[in-house]
Design a protein around this ligand. Structure first.
Ligand code: GLU
Length: 326
């Protein structure tokens, strides 16, 4: 049986999650991308977007940070929208590799597929598929427009992050050319790599991420702008990818512990999707050893437990339909 929760309960849970977690000081900013090492480590915010478009926030939810790997989610959705989910599965795949997100060995082992659009190989392959093929600026516009549609407002490139990543993305360049060797890059390889690097360097806020998550949770309809951004049948596809591989090699542990399909990024952001219930996001730069934000994980786990939202629990809570949200 499903139980309804009201907004006050959600607001209280976010506030308590924030208070219980804010003093945590373990973890370390990502430093393999020089810009990320310099982001103030104490930033921390939590945001939830409900079915009626109300966004409940606590902490630093209007501060733009590098979206990084979370950008893999919108681009995967975009190519599913452009080509249909079956073609994306045929060309890229939907399986976790069990290896690090930037693994080259994973490509050598699974040369018939980059494996999933939510690791670097599959994300670069997805960027190569984005239409209009052959038109770098047209593709970039399609990616940014799509993210803005999901998030309901403008996102901007963090130039310094883009320069920082472009100057250090040797591993991703190797991935790109290895994929080219296996005919898994569907446009110019260097252009596809550049698009991937640029999309990772977009600045987004926790508030925007929660709206992006909510648009996915509510079948492609942005609850704030009320615009339909993608076909409803793609929600289960993208949520299944997030559930399978959203937390790097610790995705199973995360799902087992929280029941929240989510995607994290080395910028410190995490977006979670609870289909039909809410989009939820948290941001705090210090990461654990597998690249997931320490505080954001604690905060989201707290909210999932406190509100009884685990998607696998038959006795879970749901938010009320828009008309009757308290
Ligand atoms: N731009 C980063 C990379 O490709 C993203 C990593 C991440 O957030 O997982 O290495």
């Amino acid at each position: 049986m499903l139980h309804r929760i009201d907004k006050t309960t959600v607001r209280n849970a976010l506030q308590q999650a924030y208070e219980c977690t804010r003093e945590t000081n373990s973890g370390k900013n990502a430093d393999y991308i020089p810009y990320l090492a310099k982001v103030p480590s104490e930033l921390f915010g939590i945001s939830a977007c409900l079915p009626d478009g109300e966004v409940i926030t606590v902490g630093d939810t209007d501060c733009a940070f590098g979206i990084e790997s979370v950008s893999k989610v919108p681009t995967a959705l975009l190519v599913m929208e452009q080509y249909g989910p079956q073609k994306v599965m045929n060309r890229i795949g939907a399986d976790a590799t069990g290896l690090p997100f930037n693994s080259i060995i994973a490509i050598l082992l699974e040369k018939d597929h980059p494996s999933t659009p939510l690791v670097n190989a599959g994300a670069i392959s997805a960027c190569s598929m984005v239409k209009p093929v052959g038109d770098a600026e047209g593709k970039w516009k399609a990616i940014v427009d799509f993210i803005e549609g999901l998030a309901g407002s403008e996102v901007t490139l963090i130039d310094e992050l883009y320069r920082s990543e472009s100057a250090t993305n040797f591993n991703n360049r190797s991935i790109t050319w290895l994929l080219r060797n296996y005919n898994r890059i569907y446009d110019d390889p260097e252009m596809s790599l550049d698009l991937y690097t640029r999309q990772c360097s977009l600045g987004i806020t926790a508030r925007q991420l929660s709206i992006l998550g909510a648009t996915i949770a509510f079948g492609g309809r942005n609850p704030v702008t009320r615009k339909q951004i993608f076909r409803t049948e793609l929600t289960p596809k993208i949520v299944s990818l997030m559930a399978t591989v959203g937390f790097y090699e610790h995705t199973g542990d995360w799902l087992y512990t929280t029941g929240l399909p989510a995607k994290s990024g080395v910028g410190g952001g995490i977006v979670g999707v609870i289909p039909g219930v809410m989009g939820i996001a948290s941001f705090a730069p210090p990461l654990d050893a597998s690249g997931n934000s320490v505080k954001a994980q604690l905060a989201l786990k707290f909210v999932m437990d406190r509100l009884n939202l685990n998607i696998f629990n038959p006795d879970r809570c749901i938010t009320a339909v828009p008309e009757s949200v308290a």
